[in-house]
Design a protein around this ligand. Structure first.
Ligand code: GRF
Length: 202
C-alpha cells in the first residue's frame, strides 16, 4: 500500500522534487497528496503544480501561528496522510500541530544531529571545524531538531569547502536519504503492534 504523504515546504523544494522523482521511479512506494507552503513565492508550489499535486499557499502570521496550523491540519486531514514531511519548512510548529500528527511528522536537517541544530547548520559545522558533517532525518517533537533519529548520511568536509560547496554536497545526500528514511520509518510503524497508537521508532 502506498504511503500517503503531505509535504510542507517554504522555499526552493529540491527535497520535495527528489521525493517526487523517487516515487516516479517506484523506489519510494508513496503518493504525495498535498503540498502546503507558508510562502506565496515558494518554488515548491510551482513544482507541485507542474506535477499535478494539490498545492496551497497558506499565509503565516508569526503572531498567530495557530491560524496557519489549523488550516494546514484541515487540509492534510481532508487529503488523507500517513506522514507529514517537512522539506525545508522554515517555521517552528506549535505543540498543537505536533500533537495532531504525533510521531507522524518527519524533518530533514543538514547536519549530523544532535550537532548543529537550528539555522545555518552547514556554516556552524565549518565554523566549529568538524571534519565530517552530513544530514539527518528525524521525528519531529516539541523540541527543535531533537526527535528520534530515523537515518543519517555523512559528508566529509574538505579544506577548501565554503558554506555553498558543503551545502551542495550535503543536499545531494539529503535527496537520497529522505526517501529511504520515509520508507524505513513507515515499515516500522506498520510492523509495530502499537501501530494503532502511532509508535516511536525504538
Ligand atoms: C535543506 O537543506 C534541508 O535540510 C533544510 O532546508 C533545506 C531545504 O532545501 N531543512 P530544499 O527546499 O528542499 O531545496
Amino acid at each position: 500500500m502506498n504511503i500517503k504523504l503531505a509535504v510542507l515546504a517554504s522555499g526552493r523544494g529540491s527535497n520535495f522534487l527528489a521525493l517526487i522523482k523517487t516515487i516516479q521511479q517506484n523506489t519510494l512506494k508513496a503518493e504525495i497528496n498535498t503540498l502546503l507552503s507558508d510562502r506565496e513565492k515558494a518554488h515548491a508550489l510551482d513544482i507541485a503544480r507542474t506535477h499535478n499535486i494539490p498545492a496551497r499557499y497558506i499565509p503565516y502570521d508569526k503572531n498567530n501561528r495557530q491560524t496557519f496550523e489549523e488550516q494546514a491540519v484541515k487540509q492534510i486531514k481532508k487529503q488523507g496522510c500517513d506522514l507529514v514531511i517537512l522539506a525545508g519548512f522554515m517555521r517552528l510548529l506549535t505543540p498543537y500541530f505536533i500533537r495532531e500528527f504525533a510521531h507522524r511528522i518527519l524533518n530533514i536537517h543538514p547536519s549530523l544531529l544532535p550537532s548543529f541544530k537550528g539555522i545555518h547548520a552547514q556554516k556552524q559545522a565549518l565554523d566549529y571545524g568538524v571534519k565530517i558533517s552530513g544530514c539527518t532525518v528525524h521525528v519531529v517533537t516539541e523540541d527543535m531538531d531533537s526527535g528520534p533519529i530515523i537515518g543519517q548520511r555523512a559528508v566529509h568536509i574538505l579544506e577548501e569547502d565554503t558554506e555553498e560547496t558543503l551545502s551542495a554536497r550535503i543536499l545531494e545526500q539529503e535527496h537520497a536519504l529522505y526517501p529511504e528514511a520515509i520508507q524505513r520509518y513507515m515499515k516500522r510503524i506498520r510492523k509495530s503492534v502499537y501501530s494503532e497508537q502511532y509508535c516511536l521508532p525504538r
